[in-house]
Design a binder for this molecule. Structure first.
Ligand code: NOJ
Length: 493
């Protein structure tokens, strides 16, 4: 696959921007200025996002950083897993990934060109505590200080995730990772240290990214690190420990962060969509949201496992104390949700649960990844349900996006109109939510640039910048221009 280096003029051409406007841009900006500012002024208010809506992009440490052996970083469970034969579709790993560790300044330039004002990244625990606990490695945190300072110099607010699945391998070896209560405790110590040392630079922290995926794929199906296939009782206990880790980290950040530091989870809530928007189905979808997220958001927000959750688990229910539940439900400042796909279409029913879940027909479309069914209304309903169920006042969409085949055309451009179609429809539904007063404050597109997509290796590209994994060169796809235009208008382009 070969890419031509785009000139600003060429990039402007594919994005449909005027040569005049581009020529007014300072040299060196890869994305040209659009006529969007003018158009934004004509945008009917009803289609705009609220003023101050925060536009960002998201990545995670193991997926982008590379430099796995540098500056004292120790292996994580993902290094071990990816180097185990048979785990990753293209037999790759995150050893060099996109080399963000060294190219972060270039990446921040890309963010700036898009016009984003926020960046969600994750901190690699094994950089900060190579042994998981004990002596910190100052060089590990230094990288994040450099990154954050560069973000701040460019007017981009850092949103740091403490755990995006890269547990220090030492903790897996010593305690059995999340199967043990020692891991949530170690997580709290790490969170406290980060809050102490980065608290002057970071105001927004996410605790754990997608608890449910790390529990199910990592400990149930064995498809993610650490590759365990636990029986139901073990899986339920891991889920409880992960929730406990979230709560302990919230408390640690409160105790050690600066006043005004804000913290919340970044969860991939099970999304429940009313199959037809009737009051009865909407109510049923709310009940389904509460029940199907019982081990994660519901216990975090309510401080108890629902009766149905415990009844279903029976003898396999997790062991926990009332104090655990108090910790898990420590008050949070916002709720982050990753929204990719509708998990269930819900119909009201006269049964014990009050709902049934419609089966997905074979003909339901999907994006490049077979799991990624486009259902833009998910990004309307997920925040609406959580705002209603738990009276949440601040919500961030912490991830949304899609992979695409991303073949460059003869002129070298990636015309990823399928990704644009996906984003346009999701953002239209998100705007519907904000227009109705659902308190979504910001949106982080997944992802800035193609990166290591876990067990799919480099075969699923989610970026709006194409990465040549040989040269590590970044090139904007057409969707980068779409996002740039949307941000400039503060309305769907
Ligand atoms: C959610 C995960 O947080 C992220 O790491 C992953 O790349 C995306 N989903 C796409 O699968």
């Amino acid at each position: 696959m070969s890419f031509k280096r785009f000139s600003r003029r060429q990039f402007g051409r594919i994005a449909g921007w005027s040569t005049l406007a581009m020529s007014m841009l300072p040299a060196g900006s890869g994305l040209a200025q659009s006529g969007a500012d003018n158009r934004a002024r004509n945008q009917p208010a009803s289609s705009a996002f609220p003023s101050g809506f925060l536009w960002g992009t998201a990545t995670s440490a193991y997926q982008v950083e590379g430099a796995v052996n540098e500056d004292g970083r120790s292996p994580s469970i993902w290094d071990r897993f990816a180097h185990t034969p048979g785990t990753i579709a293209d037999r790759s790993n995150g050893d060099t990934a996109t080399n963000h560790y060294h190219l972060y300044k270039e990446d921040i330039r890309l963010m700036k060109e898009l016009g984003t004002k926020a960046y969600r990244f994750s901190i690699a625990w094994p950089r900060v505590f190579p042994d998981g606990t004990g002596s910190p490695n100052p060089k590990g945190l230094d990288f994040y200080k450099r990154l954050i300072d560069e973000l701040s110099a460019n007017g981009i607010e850092p949103f740091a995730t403490l755990y995006h699945w890269d547990l220090p391998q030492a903790l897996q070896d010593r305690f059995g990772g999340w199967t043990s209560r020692d891991t949530p405790k170690a997580f709290a110590d790490y969170a406290a240290y980060v809050a102490q040392h980065l608290g002057d630079r970071v105001k927004y922290f996410f605790t754990i990214n997608e608890c449910s995926r790390l529990v199910h794929l990592g400990h149930g199906l064995g498809a993610d690190a650490p590759g365990l296939k636990l029986p139901q009782s073990g899986l339920n206990q891991v889920r409880h420990h992960v929730a406990l880790g979230h709560g302990l980290a919230v408390q640690a950040i409160r105790a050690h962060g600066r006043i005004g530091t804000k913290v919340g989870p970044a969860e991939n809530a099970v999304s429940c969509i009313p199959a037809i928007e009737t009051p009865a189905n909407i109510r049923a979808a709310e009940m389904a949201t509460r029940e199907l997220n019982a081990g994660y958001l519901t216990v975090m927000m309510e401080g108890k496992y629902t009766d149905a959750y415990l009844a279903k688990a029976g003898n396999d229910a997790p062991k926990f104390t009332p104090e655990d539940l108090r910790i898990i439900s420590s008050p949070i400042d916002f709720l982050g949700v990753n929204v990719y796909t509708p998990d269930h279409y819900v119909i009201a029913a006269d049964n014990e649960r009050g709902f049934t879940l419609a089966p997905f027909p074979d003909s339901f479309p999907h994006m490049k990844a077979s799991w990624l069914r486009p259902g833009p209304e998910a990004i309307y309903w997920v925040p609406r349900h959580i705002a209603k169920l738990w009276n949440v006042k601040s919500i961030y969409i912490t991830e949304n996006g899609t992979s695409a085949s991303d073949q460059p055309a003869a002129d070298g451009t990636v015309y990823d109109v399928d990704r644009i179609m996906y984003l346009r429809n999701y953002l239209t539904q998100l705007q519907r939510a904000t227009a109705e007063g659902v308190p979504v404050l910001g949106y982080f597109l997944w992802t800035l640039m193609d990166n290591f997509e876990w067990s799919d290796g480099y075969e699923q590209r989610f970026g709006i910048y194409h990465v040549d994994f040989e040269t590590k060169r970044r090139t904007p796809k057409l969707s980068a221009a779409f996002y740039r235009e949307t941000i400039a208008r503060n309305a769907v382009a």
